[in-house]
Ligand binder design. Structure first.
Ligand code: 6PG
Length: 249
């Protein structure tokens, strides 16, 4: 990891959303200026929705959408128009409001009957989009947005996940706590990123945050601990009340 994880405290949920949007916009501008492309993996869940709305409302040109490729860190086993779909949430809050070319939107196919095949297909999509062979070094996202659940999961890497050490890029692990499979990028791919950003709020996550940031290293129990970019930046943007409750601020 390039340096220690950076922690940014924000006063409330709206400030969390604005800071996340700012990082997204800054990362996009830097990536396109440096390499002509911005490749980002979006987080699901509820926290990022407001940030996506703020990004969508940015002045025209703030995000170079024609050079931006959008991926997902994980997806639920539902169709793309299902209210639980991370893709659906991103379309509603962001992608339907900005001029991102359809070909630049790389959806995880949560509706697939065979989610393991869908995971393998997504790895091929990544290889093509990043111009890297699937058998070699993983694709290097410019930015991976992540949230964290109240028990320390991130993306769809849940406690005791069988894919925490996997060298696969995309997996479809069964999640006992949910009684279903999920599609997820693996830590192997996430940790190849140039930048990883956690955006976390809600004091219900204090116990997990204490364990993840202040406790012993046990990523099997707290998979968010498995996220440590090998040659990239890691930043946590955390609501101050949560950080205080977790004893990490
Ligand atoms: C998902 C997300 C998941 C999410 C956390 C936090 O598909 O649910 O990818 O990892 O980031 O569960 O969710 P909230 O933002 O809703 O608290």
């Amino acid at each position: 990891m390039t340096g220690a994880p950076r922690m940014t405290l924000v006063p409330d949920a709206d400030a969390l959303a604005r800071a996340t949007a700012d990082r997204f916009i800054a990362s996009a501008a830097l990536a396109v200026r440096s390499r002509g492309l911005f490749r980002v993996a979006l987080a699901g869940g509820s926290t990022p929705a407001r940030a996506y709305e703020i990004i969508a409302a940015a002045p025209p040109g703030a995000v170079p959408w024609k050079d931006t490729h959008v991926f997902w860190g994980d997806e639920r086993p539902v169709p793309p128009d299902h209210p639980d779909s991370n893709y659906h949430m991103a379309v509603e809050t962001l992608l339907s409001r900005v001029p991102v070319p359809e070909a630049n939107v790389h959806r995880l196919h949560g509706e697939a009957q065979d989610l393991e095949a869908a995971a393998a297909d997504y790895a091929v999509d990544l290889a093509y989009a990043f111009g890297v062979p699937t058998a070699e070094a993983p694709p290097r996202f410019d930015l991976v947005l992540l949230g964290m659940g109240p028990e320390g999961h991130t993306a769809s890497l849940f406690p005791e996940s069988p894919v925490l050490e996997s060298r696969a890029w995309v997996a479809a692990p069964f999640v006992p706590a949910l009684g279903m499979r999920r599609l997820t990028l693996t830590p192997w791919v996430i940790n190849a990123a140039a930048g990883v950003l956690f955006a976390v709020g809600g004091t219900n996550k204090a116990g997990a945050l204490t364990a993840v940031l202040g406790g012993a290293r046990q990523p099997d129990r707290f998979p968010a601990q498995a996220i440590a970019p090998r040659d990239g930046r890691l930043e946590w943007i955390v609501e101050a009340e949560l950080a205080k409750a977790a004893g990490v601020a």
